[in-house]
Write a protein that binds this ligand. Structure first.
Ligand SMILES: Nc1ncnc2c1ncn2[C@@H]1O[C@H](COP(=O)(O)OP(=O)(O)OP(=O)(O)O)[C@@H](O)[C@H]1O
Ligand SMILES: [Mg+2]
Length: 387
């Protein structure tokens, strides 16, 4: 059996569209570094995937040195962990085998053992070391690019007592971009409040650009579902027009949910199709799961239930929700304003809501969540659920 046959999967990750976002990234990276770039968007909208795709397709290794840290994969709790994550030994000066060298070269600033020791015992400043390394790269005619995914993971880490790592890192990035024009810096986060804090910090706002990665459009989803073999390597079934329409209705442009549902469908495919009753049943299960999330979170709590009811009401008229749209529940005494803000931020943290820092608007985190919320309110108000 040849290797291609061996590596054949029944489904592979799709990558739809993102032309506009890639065009923006291409333009931004071709300018001399002058600003930090923040990539934000609702949970699972495809930020990390876009960045990986952009690095692979648009940043040739011969011209760019990419330092890509995905802090979701790395657990950093203190200064020592930070140093171990960001810095490594330069194996090119030792006899360590080539494979290991490559692995390190991709991920960290490569230092001599002495410099690394200096960082570990805090006799050297990590930012001075980083700057020197970036300068070395730039001197070779190679453009350094630092990409950090899930930067909020560094919150609450201090360098020595007073110096907060995250603040120092931002100061450093501003110095490296706006002041020295030495390297590009891209930061991605799905934590809307983290991005908001940055957006509201006037110094950072002035030195940053913001790129939103939102859910896919209806056109993209249709294109995806019309050609499952081409886009997801799914050969076991095709969907009927009504099934495609229902998927758009329930999942909207949420890539992860579409992809995961296609996986569920694979298991019930028969003779190249999905029987309608199986399709309906799986979709119903998804909707019930979404409703249960609201049920679990609100429990018997009147405030939480009241807020969900108010959000549902605003959402039935418009997708974007501003704080002032919820003024009614402050006026009727359900929440004091600070409490309401706190509860909304908790709903963002729990992925019920997404927060757009640029427009200061909330949206329900995806279509399926909108359905879940509506079903939950209909259930507690004891009216029949509409489809
Ligand atoms: N353009 C796309 N077309 C189709 N599927 C996509 C696309 N982008 C991402 N996906 C799929 O959606 C899922 C979530 O993507 P990803 O992890 O990149 O989102 P994210 O925004 O980084 O999530 P988080 O908010 O958790 O950081 C993955 O399974 C990925 O394969
Ligand atoms: Mg991500």
């Amino acid at each position: 059996m040849n290797i291609e046959k061996l590596m054949e999967w029944t489904k592979e990750p799709a990558f739809m569209n993102r032309k506009q976002e890639i065009f923006f990234l291409e333009q931004w990276i071709s300018e001399k570094p002058d600003s930090l770039l923040f990539i934000f968007g609702p949970k699972s909208s495809g930020k990390t995937t876009l960045l990986s795709h952009f690095i692979e397709q648009n940043l040739p290794g011969s011209r760019y040195e990419i330092k890509h840290f995905n802090l979701r994969k790395i657990f950093i709790v203190n200064y020592q962990h930070f140093i171990q994550t960001f810095f490594g030994v330069d194996y090119s000066k030792s006899k360590a085998d080539i494979k290991e060298r490559r692995q390190y070269n991709l991920k960290v600033f490569n230092l001599t053992v002495d410099t690394l020791k200096g960082l570990e015992d805090k006799s050297l400043d990590p930012f001075a070391v980083m700057e020197k390394e970036l300068q070395k790269t730039a001197n070779h005619g190679i453009r350094p690019v630092i990409i950090i995914d899930e930067l909020q993971a560094l919150e609450g880490i201090y360098l020595n007592g007073q110096r907060e790592l995250l603040k120092e890192l931002f100061n450093f990035f501003v110095a490296m971009t706006k002041e020295s024009h030495l390297c590009h810096v891209i930061i991605a986060s799905s934590d809307g409040y983290f991005i908001e804090r940055i957006y509201n910090d006037s110094k950072l706002k002035k030195t940053s650009k913001f790129l939103e990665v939102d859910y896919l459009s209806k056109e993209d989803v249709q294109f995806w579902l019309n050609d499952l073999a081409g886009n997801s390597k799914i050969k076991k079934f095709t969907l009927t027009n009504s099934q495609k329409e229902q998927m758009w209705k329930i999942f909207g442009g949420s890539c992860w949910e579409i992809s995961s549902f296609l996986g569920d469908l694979l298991r019930v495919a028969s003779d190249g199709f999905i029987p309608d009753d199986e399709f309906e049943e799986l979709l119903e299960q998804k909707k019930i799961t979404m409703r249960s999330m609201f049920e679990d979170y609100a429990g018997l709590n009147k405030q939480k239930t009241g807020l969900f009811r108010a959000i549902n009401q605003v959402n039935s008229a418009q997708p974007h929700i501003k704080l002032r749209d919820l003024a009614g529940i402050v006026e009727n005494g359900l929440f004091a304003e600070p409490e309401l803000r706190k509860e909304l931020s908790e709903l963002v943290r729990q992925n019920f809501l997404a927060y757009n820092p640029v427009t200061a608007e909330y949206t329900i985190q995806g279509r399926s969540m909108e359905h879940g919320l509506r079903m939950f309110i209909e259930m507690i108000d004891d009216t029949p659920a509409a489809n």
